[in-house]
Design a protein around this ligand. Sequence first.
Ligand code: 0L1
Ligand code: MG
Length: 258
Amino acid sequence: MTDDLTPFVDTLVAAVRDRRATSPLTDSRELDEPTALRVQDAVVRARIDAGATLVGAKLGLTSAAKQRQMKVDRPLYGWLTDDMQVDTGAAVLCERYIQPRVEPEIAFLLGRDLEGPQVTAAHVLAATEAVFGAVDILDSRYAGYAFTFNDVVADNASSAGFVLGGTPLDPYGVDLRLTGCVLEKNGELVSTAAGAAVMGHPAAAVAWLVRALAARGRGLAGGQVVMAGGLTEAVAVAPGDTVVATFDRLGSVEIPFR
Ligand code: 0L1
Ligand code: MG
């Protein structure tokens, strides 16, 4: 990390630590995508240096619903660490976050390494040990989720938490394009979607990630979890809310927020 990126990294690390939103990095300086990715790497490295373990990756902005909501027209990715994982049904303290939102996703547990510029959805399915219904807990470090694409890349794709459901399936035992999902908050229906909302097939989204990583000489490792991106718009949560995401055949994920 060159010295000139250190203020960016420090700003984002402090925002997470202090649970205080900051203004977009691009308010103070231009930030291109390669530089934003270097900031992302350094932010994740800081988390690992503080004791966390890298356990996977997440895609963001892979559905039209999410792209419309965030006014961004292409996908991005970030990284997951073990301290972000929450058990389904466990209460989540909102005070851990700045402005939490949730969105239902399909997650992949890789059984073996995946890398290369030609990887397709078929390769992803062949390398997958199990698929899960999941919920992504987002927490932009930028006030009001107001950011440019490169700002949110630098902010590790708003990564903050993730919950895997309790009914994993063999990826060949389910047509993920057709996997329906119902998102409810406090017993009220919020939105519905099917797996195809994510780049036509959630495994196609993971393949996109593998190809994007290959362009940087990287890949995914067996044992890692990959969240394929929000099927619906993200929903804000506050203490007292309970969110339930119910997936066809993959069970449900419930999160009581305190
Ligand atoms: O999981 C995501 O879709 C993250 C994308 C970043 C934009 C956001 O914070 O919603
Ligand atoms: Mg997400």
